[in-house]
Design a protein around this ligand. Structure first.
Ligand code: SF4
Ligand code: SF4
Ligand code: SF4
Ligand code: FES
Length: 943
C-alpha cells in the first residue's frame, strides 16, 4: 500500500442517541456526544486543527478549529462543541479564514522555518495546516522566541526538539490518557510554558517515561520524532501486520521506505490495541537485521566441532537422513519436534504435521508446556474450552478487576494501559501477588486490596476467598443452578466452607491478612461485573492447574461468566502461545483440542493427510529430555524455541540435549540450545512472512510479509522442504493454503481464511457457520462443555520447601523492556533499560546478609547456583526474592527445579527455595557471556 497517514477524525466518537445537524449545507447524523469537528470529518470536511486528535479527549487550546454556529455568538472551537440536533454550522467563511490564518501566523512566527531540511517534511501536521489555512507569509519580525533550544537525545528511539514545540499538549495528554504513565507535564505559564519529562528528571531517559511512543505518535510537529525517520527518511509505503512479542497482539503499520523498515506505528483499527503500543512492538524490531542473525544453513558432525556453512539442499538432506537413520536404529519413537509460540499458526501446524505424519509418532510439544498448559487443562475441565472467555474490550465494562499472578504493566503493557484507564474511571482493583507490582500503586491508581501471599499458596488464597463467598451467602446460586452442575457445586461449597479453609485458618500458610482477604472476597462477589486476569504466577506452580480451576470456580460461583465485563482472562505470554496450543502442538491433542485417541478426529486427519496416525499420546518436553538421558530419545527438531535457556533445571536440559545424536535448531540466532545442535536451519522474522498469530483473546490476526526473507525462505517453507526431503511430497505454495487446511480440519477455525481476515481485520475463534465473524465472549448461553464443572481444589503444598540451607523463596518474572529469553530484545537498544538481571531482596533479608543495592550475590538452590547483582527493595515481602530471566549470563533457570504441575508438567518456576549470600562477582561461565555481550555492544557502537 502506498503511504497514506492514518485518518484522524479529531475527537473520539460519542455514544449517545443519533442527532442530525447541518454542516456547510449538508446534513449529517452522529451519536450524541460527538464533536462538531468529528461530525464534519464524517462528511469528509476537514476543519483545520492542531491540538485535537481522535484517540483522546478534546482540549480546545489551539483555536484553529473555529466554526460559526447559527444562533450562537462568537466562533466556538469545533473540537469542544458537541453536535446537537438541528444545529446549523458553517466551517468555511471569510471571517473564519482570517481568524485561522492569524492563529497559524502566531505559531509559525515562533517555529524554525527549516521545513525543507526537517525530518518530518511532508509528514507534519503543522506544515499541512499552514497550507490548509493558506498562510503564505509571516508578518511578525524576530522577537522573543523558543528557537535554538537544546534537543533531548537521551531516548534511544526518539528525539525531543523543543524549538519545534507548539505546546499543544497532545503529548502530555497521550501519556496521561492513552498510556497512563503521567510522565510529561507542561511547565510554566503563557510564553514560558514548555513540555517537560517529569518534574525531577533531566531528560526522557531518566524520567518515568516507558518509551511507549504514544507522545511521538500524537505530536503534530517534528518536536517528538522517531530517530529512524531522521536517519532513513519518511516512509513511502505501509503494510498492516501484528506484533511478534507478547500475547496482547497489537496491530501495527510497518511503514517502509523501499525495503527498509522506518517505523512501526500502532494501527488505530487494531482491535487488540486500539492504536496503542509498547516499547517492544513500537521500537524493538532492530534484531531483524542484527549482524548476528544466521542466514545460511550449517551442519557439524558433533557439538565440539566448528560449524560448516552448507546449501539448503545439503542441510535438509542431511537432517532428513539423520532422522531416518535414527528411527531405523532406535525405533520410530526416538525422534520428536518442538513447535514455537513465536511462529505463525501455519508454521506451528506444519511442524506438528511433520511429527505426526512424517515421524510417525506424537512426540510434539511446545513452549506452552512451560507457561500456560495448566490454563488449557483447567479451563477445558471446568468450562469446556482451553482459552480465555472474553475480548480485551470487555475490560471497559468491568467494575472489579482481580489480578492474580500477573504483572500487566511489564508483561502485557498495552492491555495494562486499557486496564489503568478503566481503573481511573472508577473500577476497583484486587491484586494477589507476592510482589508490590506497579498496578498496586501507580499515578491515579491504588489497589483496593493487595494480598501479598507467600509464593506457592495461590490455591489456599482462592479457596479462602471461596470460603468467604459461600459462608457469607454471597454466591450467585441462581446462576449456578441454571448454568452449572448443582451437585458438584454443593460438594465444592461444602468443601470450601470447612473451617480449615477459612482465611484465618489458612493465614499461617498464605501469610495474608484474613480481614484484607475477606474484604477482597466480598468486593469480588458483590462489586458488579468482576473479571479475573491472571498470568504465569498462576500457572507455573506444582498446583498450576488447580489454581486455574479455583479461579474458574470463583467466577462460576459468583455468576461472573458469560457476558462482557466479567470472565476468566489468562494473559498469554508469547505472541502466539494461544495459537500454538490451538494448532495441535501438544502430544495428546490434534488441532482444536481433540484428543489423539479420538477415532473420529484422527480419521479426519488420516483421510486428509493420507497417513495412519498413532493413537497414543507422545512425549512431553520433559519426558523427551528424560528419555534422552535414558538413551531412548535421539533426535529433536526445535523451531523457534531456546529450551536450554527457557526450561527449568538447565543442567538436566543440557544433559538431555547432549545425549542426542541429532539436534536440529531452526532459529534466527545461534541460541543457547544451538550449543548442542548438529544442524542449524536459519529462521525468518515476523517481518518476512505471511501467516497468522492468535492472541490472548483468541483473536486470529494477519501477519503480513513486509520484506523479503533474508535467509531466502519463510519458516513454513523450511519445514515443508524438510518434510519433502523425507519424502512426504507436500506442495503448499502459500501459507493461506495451510490455513485452508487448518480450517478444513478444525471445527473452531471452520470459517477462517486469509480472505476473511483481510475483510474483517481479525476474528476471535470459534468461527463457525453460527458465528461467521467470530466469538468475542464465550459461554454466553451455556458452557461449551454443557454444565459448568466445579472442581474441589485442595491446597497441597509444593514439595519445594524452605529450610536452614535454603531459607528464602525465589520467584521469577519479566520486565517491560525485555522479552522472554531476550534473544530479540537483547539485540536492540532496549538494553539501556535492563542490561542485566537483578535480584530483588527485602531490606530485612539484605541486612541479615550484609547486602546493599549493587552488591554481587550468589543465588543458590538445590539445583544449581548463579551470581547476579542485588537490588534492595520492599517491593518483595520478607523471605521472598525475585529476578528476571532475560540474560543468558545469569540463567536464572540454573536455579529452578524439576518440580512441575501435577496435571501438565508445567514447571514450578515461581517457587524455588534458595539462599542468597555475598559474592565477589560472576563465575567463570558467566564471564564468558559478559564477554559476548560486550562484543555485541562494541559492534553496535561501531556501526
Ligand atoms: S511536543 Fe509535540 S505534542 Fe507535545 S506539546 Fe509540543 S508540539 Fe505538542
Ligand atoms: S513515550 Fe509513552 S511513557 Fe514516554 S512520555 Fe511518551 S507517552 Fe509517556
Ligand atoms: S503490548 Fe505486546 S503485542 Fe503490544 S506492542 Fe507491546 S509487546 Fe507487542
Ligand atoms: S483543534 Fe480545536 S482548539 Fe485545537
Amino acid at each position: 500500500m502506498t503511504y497514506q497517514p492514518q485518518p484522524d477524525f479529531g475527537t473520539p466518537q460519542g455514544s449517545g442517541a443519533p442527532v442530525t445537524l447541518t454542516i456547510d449545507g449538508r446534513e449529517v447524523t452522529v451519536p450524541a456526544g460527538t464533536s462538531v469537528m468529528r461530525a464534519a470529518a464524517e462528511l469528509g470536511t476537514s476543519i483545520p486543527k492542531l491540538c485535537a486528535t481522535d484517540n483522546m479527549k478534546a482540549f480546545g487550546s489551539c483555536r484553529l478549529c473555529l466554526v460559526e454556529v447559527e444562533g450562537r455568538r462568537g466562533t466556538p472551537a469545533s473540537c469542544t462543541t458537541p453536535a446537537e440536533a438541528g444545529m446549523v454550522v458553517r466551517t468555511q467563511t471569510p471571517q473564519l479564514a482570517k481568524l485561522r490564518k492569524g492563529v497559524m501566523e502566531l505559531y509559525i512566527s515562533d517555529h524554525p522555518l527549516d521545513c525543507l531540511t526537517c525530518a518530518a517534511n511532508g509528514d507534519c501536521e503543522l506544515q499541512d495546516q499552514a497550507g490548509a489555512v493558506g498562510l503564505r507569509e509571516v508578518r511578525y519580525g524576530a522577537g522573543e522566541n523558543h528557537l535554538g533550544q537544546a534537543k533531548d537525545l537521551s531516548n534511544p528511539y526518539f528525539d525531543f526538539d523543543p524549538s519545534k514545540c507548539i505546546v499543544c499538549s497532545r503529548c502530555v495528554r497521550a501519556c496521561d490518557e492513552v498510556q497512563g504513565t503521567f510522565a510529561l507535564t507542561i511547565d510554566g505559564m503563557g510564553f514560558g510554558s514548555k513540555v517537560s519529562a517529569g518534574t525531577s528528571a533531566d531528560d526522557f531517559l531518566s524520567s518515568e517515561c516507558v518509551s511507549c511512543g504514544a507522545c511521538v505518535q500524537a505530536c503534530p510537529t517534528a518536536t517528538l520524532q522517531e530517530r529512524a525517520v531522521v536517519e532513513v527518511g519518511t516512509p513511502d509505503r505501509s503494510v498492516v501486520t501484528t506484533c511478534a512479542y507478547c500475547g496482547v497482539g497489537c496491530t501495527f503499520r510497518a511503514e517502509m521506505r523501499g525495503e527498509q523498515l522506518v517505523r512501526m506505528v500502532p494501527w488505530k483499527d487494531g482491535k487488540a490495541n486500539r492504536g496503542h503500543s509498547c516499547v517492544k512492538g513500537r521500537f524493538a524490531w532492530g534484531y531483524a537485521n542484527h549482524q548476528e542473525r544466521i542466514l545460511s544453513p550449517m551442519i557439524r558432525e558433533s557439538i565440539d566441532q566448528p560449524w560448516r556453512e552448507v546449501s539448503w539442499d545439503e542441510a535438509l538432506g542431511h537432517a532428513a537422513s539423520e532422522i531416518r537413520r535414527i528411527q531405523a536404529k532406535y525405533g520410530k519413537d526416538s525422534v520428536g519436534g518442538i513447535t514455537s509460540s513465536r511462529c505463525t499458526n501455519e508454521e506451528t501446524f506444519l511442524v506438528q504435521k511433520l511429527v505426526r505424519a512424517g515421524f510417525g509418532n506424537n512426540n510434539v510439544d511446545t513452549c506452552a508446556r512451560v507457561c500456560h498448559s495448566p490454563t488449557g487443562y483447567g479451563l477445558k475441565t471446568t468450562f469446556g474450552t482451553s482459552a480465555g472467555t472474553q475480548d480485551f474490550d470487555s475490560v471497559e465494562q468491568c467494575d472489579v478487576m482481580l489480578v492474580i499472578g500477573a504483572n500487566p504493566t511489564d508483561g502485557h503493557p498495552v492491555f495494562a494501559s486499557r486496564m489503568k484507564r478503566r481503573l481511573r474511571q472508577g473500577a476497583k482493583l484486587i491484586v494477589i501477588d507476592p510482589r508490590r507490582i506497579d498496578l498496586v500503586r501507580t499515578p491515579h491508581i491504588e489497589a483496593d486490596h493487595h494480598l501479598p501471599l507467600r509464593p506457592g499458596t495461590n490455591v489456599a488464597v482462592l479457596t479462602a476467598m471461596a470460603h468467604v463467598i459461600v459462608t457469607e451467602g454471597l454466591a450467585d446460586e441462581a446462576f449456578v443452578r441454571a448454568r452449572c452442575d448443582w451437585d458438584e457445586y454443593r460438594h465444592w461449597a461444602d468443601f470450601v466452607s470447612l473451617d480449615r479453609n477459612s482465611p484465618e485458618a489458612l493465614a499461617p500458610v498464605t501469610m495474608v491478612d484474613p480481614q484484607e482477604l475477606r474484604a477482597a472476597a466480598r468486593l469480588y462477589a458483590t462489586g458488579g461485573n468482576a473479571a479475573i486476569y491472571y498470568g504465569l504466577g498462576v500457572t507455573e506452580h506444582s498446583q498450576g492447574s488447580s489454581t486455574v480451576m479455583a479461579i474458574a470456580n470463583l467466577a462460576m460461583a459468583t455468576g461472573n461468566i458469560g457476558r462482557p465485563g466479567v470472565g476468566v482472562n489468562p494473559l498469554r505470554g508469547q505472541n502466539n502461545v494461544q495459537g500454538a496450543c490451538d494448532m495441535g502442538s501438544f502430544p495428546h491433542e490434534l488441532s482444536g483440542y481433540r484428543h489423539i485417541s479420538d477415532d473420529a478426529a484422527r480419521a479426519m486427519f488420516e483421510a486428509d493427510w493420507g497417513v495412519v496416525l498413532d493413537p497414543e499420546p507422545g512425549l512431553r518436553i520433559p519426558n523427551m529430555l528424560d528419555a534422552a538421558c535414558d538413551g531412548t530419545f535421539k533426535a529433536l527438531y526445535v523451531q523457534g524455541e531456546d529450551i536450554l535457556q527457557s526450561d527449568p533445571n538447565t543442567r538436566h536440559v543440557s544433559a538431555g540435549l547432549a545425549a542426542m545424536e541429532c539436534v536440529i535448531v531452526h532459529d534466527l540466532f545461534l541460541n543457547e540450545t544451538a550449543n548442542y545442535a548438529h544442524i542449524f536451519l536459519p529462521g525468518s522474522t515476523f517481518l518476512e512472512k505471511n501467516g497468522t498469530f492468535t492472541n490472548a483473546e483468541r483473536r486470529i490476526q494477519p501477519v503480513r510479509k513486509v520484506m523479503t526473507p533474508m535467509n531466502g525462505m519463510e519458516d513454513w517453507e523450511v519445514t515443508q522442504a524438510l518434510a519433502n526431503a523425507m519424502g512426504l511430497g507436500w506442495d503448499y505454495t502459500h501459507s493461506a493454503e495451510i490455513m485452508d487446511e487448518i480450517a478444513r480440519l478444525t471445527p473452531t477455525f471452520a470459517g477462517v481464511s486469509f480472505d476473511r481476515l483481510d475483510e474483517l481485520g481479525s476474528m476471535q475463534w470459534p468461527v463457525t457457520a453460527a458465528t461467521p465473524e467470530g466469538t468475542p465472549t464465550m459461554h454466553i448461553d451455556g458452557f461449551v462443555r454443557g454444565k459448568g464443572k466445579f472442581v474441589v481444589t485442595d491446597y497441597i503444598p509444593t514439595d519445594e520447601k524452605t529450610g536452614p540451607r535454603f531459607p528464602l523463596l525465589l520467584t521469577t518474572g519479566r520486565i517491560l523492556s525485555q522479552y522472554n529469553v531476550g534473544a530479540q530484545t537483547r539485540r536492540t537498544a532496549n538494553v539501556v533499560w535492563h542490561e542485566e538481571d537483578l535480584l530483588e531482596i527485602h531490606p530485612a533479608d539484605a541486612e541479615d546478609r550484609g547486602l546493599k543495592t549493587g552488591d554481587w550475590v550468589r543465588l543458590a538452590s538445590r539445583s544449581g547456583e548463579t551470581t547476579l547483582r542485588a537490588t534492595v527493595t520492599d517491593r518483595v515481602a520478607p523471605g521472598v526474592v525475585y529476578t528476571t530471566f532475560h540474560h543468558p549470563a545469569t540463567q536464572a533457570n540454573v536455579v529452578t527445579t524439576d518440580y512441575s504441575d501435577w496435571a501438565t508438567n508445567c514447571p514450578e518456576y515461581k517457587v524455588t527455595a534458595v539462599q542468597v549470600a555475598a559474592s565477589n562477582g560472576p563465575s567463570d561461565w558467566q564471564e564468558r557471556y559478559d564477554a559476548l555481550t560486550e562484543r555485541s555492544r562494541r559492534i553496535e557502537a561501531a556501526e
